[in-house]
Design a protein around this ligand. Structure first.
Ligand code: KG4
Ligand code: ZN
Length: 355
């Protein structure tokens, strides 16, 4: 049996978890900072690092206690090294080094996106996943379409050229005066709205597997906000949030925006799944919690579509420990001078025993 403690602090959740054999959750603790950042309408990096420092030790202690194992029973300590906010990542990486040194355990730095991929291995622990699979990662910071041929072997087929899907949800949510984060609140508003009320553009109808959401965001902005004259804009200052037009139905805009974004994601994902003859489509990341996206992808794809339960869609440390499992088995370890890697792209790793 392999037991790995995972630690995640890349953005606004302080999280720790213990995972058995890469697939079974022994404990999974998440301290969310959503309430802290909601007042600013987005994640405030400096406050995020401070909050991580306060929450880190109790969250890890709780995860170890809940798992029913002792530090001495652990095989390795895994921590998110990137991508993410530099100050936030530093808190997790330094804490993980401390725990690993004190307990005499190896340290593994994990890519946050690879963590999202491995949330699917925790979703149905008994079910075998047969490669190749297509992976759609849609989160607040990333929208990536990947062909996964084996553990740790990824081919990037495409991704967003501008805003991430979750970022688009959050920005449009802000325009509509909805609380942060925009995603779940737009989904709620959309349930009472007419998705055909506005015909927003479907992004990038071309043969690539890239997405683009900034045009959609701008189209929504033009439609729903009062466009100030150049003179007024100068007086108001550049940074003020634009004013919502009084005759706009927030529910209809939410539903129409969500439909446009979902259609773009689904079209490219289904086309890639057909082209690469995968066995199934795996979807992960915060936006994979979206019920309209889940429904549309299931309806359009002839292949099985899998996504994690809601608590594993958004950031957590269980997925980090699960991703670490296969690296650990392959003999990969990181050194004590391992640094954070805020722009770490998801590249292929070969899990061969290190020389
Ligand atoms: O994966 P995640 O927790 O953090 C990142 O790694 O970025 O994703 C957070 C993002 C936010 O942009 C949030 O608005 C979005 O996921 N989100 C949703 C839903 N729940 C969370 N977007 C659409 N519909 C949802 N139900
Ligand atoms: Zn994430």
């Amino acid at each position: 049996m392999t037991l790995i403690l995972g630690i995640e602090t890349s953005c606004d959740e302080t999280a720790a978890a213990v995972i058995e054999d890469g697939r079974t959750i022994r404990s999974n603790v998440v301290a969310s900072q959503i309430d802290l950042h909601a007042q600013f309408g987005g994640v405030f990096p400096e406050m995020a690092s401070r909050a991580h420092i306060e929450a880190m030790a109790p969250v890890v202690e709780q995860a170890v206690t809940n798992s029913g194992v002792a530090y001495s029973d652990l095989d390795a300590i895994a921590v998110t090294r990137g991508p993410g906010l530099v100050g936030s990542l530093l808190v997790g990486v330094n804490y993980a080094k401390g725990v690993a040194l004190a307990a005499g355990k190896p340290l593994l730095g994990i890519n946050h996106l690879e963590g999202h991929v491995y949330s699917l291995w925790l979703t149905e622990p008994q079910r075998e996943i047969i490669f190749p699979v297509l992976v759609l990662i849609v989160s607040g910071g990333h929208s990536e379409l990947l062909l996964m041929r084996d553990h740790g072997v990824y081919e990037r087929l495409g991704g967003t050229l501008d805003d991430a899907a979750g970022e688009a949800f959050d920005k449009v949510g802000r325009m509509l005066g909805l609380p942060f984060p925009g995603g779940p609140n737009i989904q709620r508003a959309a349930q009472n709205g007419n998705a055909a009320a506005y015909n927003f553009p479907r992004a990038k109808r071309d043969t690539s597997y890239d997405f683009s959401f900034s045009g959609l965001k701008t189209a929504v902005m033009r439609e729903v906000t009062v466009q100030p004259t150049a003179d007024k804009r100068r007086k108001r200052g550049g940074n003020k949030a634009p004013k919502l037009r009084s005759d706009v139905s927030v529910n209809d805009v939410a539903a129409s925006f969500q439909a446009a974004l979902v259609e773009s994601l689904v079209e490219k994902t289904v086309r890639a799944a057909r082209a690469y003859e995968v066995t199934e489509i795996l979807m992960a990341g915060g936006v994979s919690a979206n019920s309209a996206l889940r429904q549309a992808l299931r309806a359009e794809s002839e292949l099985p579509v899998r996504y994690p339960p809601l608590n594993l869609c958004t950031d957590n440390a269980a997925m980090i420990a699960a991703a670490a499992h296969y690296r650990f088995l392959g003999g990969l370890r990181d050194d004590w001078d391992m640094d954070v890697y805020p722009n770490w792209p998801l590249s292929s790793h070969t899990y061969k025993t290190q020389e």
